[in-house]
Structure formats: structure tokens, C-alpha cells
Design a protein around this ligand. Structure first.
Ligand code: FES
Length: 107
């Protein structure tokens, strides 16, 4: 298990244990974290799993693939440096302590 903190737009944190191999989106969805909708179930075709990565984590995550870059165009209020689609980030031990901030709304 890897501890990940999801911070709602109102500042309320949710600290959850996410299994290795799950996506960061699944960690939120399966633990009832509000603010991640994940309408497409992780197929990178909805942009409703958008979150902002804590600045200190930006360079520690795997780079975005082109499909994620393209789909981020449909997300709400993206930040070029910090925005990610959480279904595209696979959880492993290197993500222990990851912090994400959820947007005001999903598209
Ligand atoms: Fe649809 Fe991530 S869950 S793009």
C-alpha cells in the first residue's frame, strides 16, 4: 500500500492507502474521495480525473504520454506544469506520500 493525500478544492484532505498497481484515480474513486469523477473508468477519454500535483512532486512522476497531454485539453482550469489525469499514473512505492489537489470542478 502507498499513502496518497488528495486535497479537495475546499482544503479538506483525504489520506488513503492505495494498492500497488492501481491508478491514482482508482485510489480516489475506491475510497470515496469527492472531486474525482472518472466517467470513462480510466480509459483516458473523459478528463474528469484531473488533479494538480503538489509542486514538489511534479518532477518525480513519470512523464505524460501524448494521449494524456491531448485529453488534458478538455479538463477544467489546467495548469501546464501541475495538471495530470490521475488514471494515467500507476501507483508504486516511489509514490509514497504523493499529494494531489483536486480542481474546483471537473468538466
Ligand atoms: Fe477518464 Fe481519466 S478516468 S480520463
Amino acid at each position: 500500500m502507498v499513502k496518497i493525500t488528495y486535497v479537495e478544492h475546499n482544503g479538506r484532505p483525504h489520506i488513503v492507502d492505495v494498492p500497488h498497481g492501481a491508478s491514482v484515480m482508482e485510489g480516489a474513486r475506491d475510497n470515496g474521495v469527492p472531486g474525482i469523477e472518472a466517467d470513462c473508468g480510466g480509459a483516458c477519454s473523459c478528463a474528469t480525473c484531473h488533479a494538480y500535483v503538489e509542486q514538489s512532486w511534479v518532477d518525480r512522476l513519470p512523464a505524460k504520454q501524448p494521449i494524456e497531454e491531448d485529453m488534458l485539453d478538455f479538463a477544467f482550469a489546467t495548469d501546464p506544469a501541475r495538471s495530470r489525469l490521475t488514471c494515467q499514473i500507476r501507483v508504486n512505492e516511489e509514490l509514497e506520500g504523493l499529494i494531489l489537489h483536486l480542481p474546483e470542478r471537473q468538466p
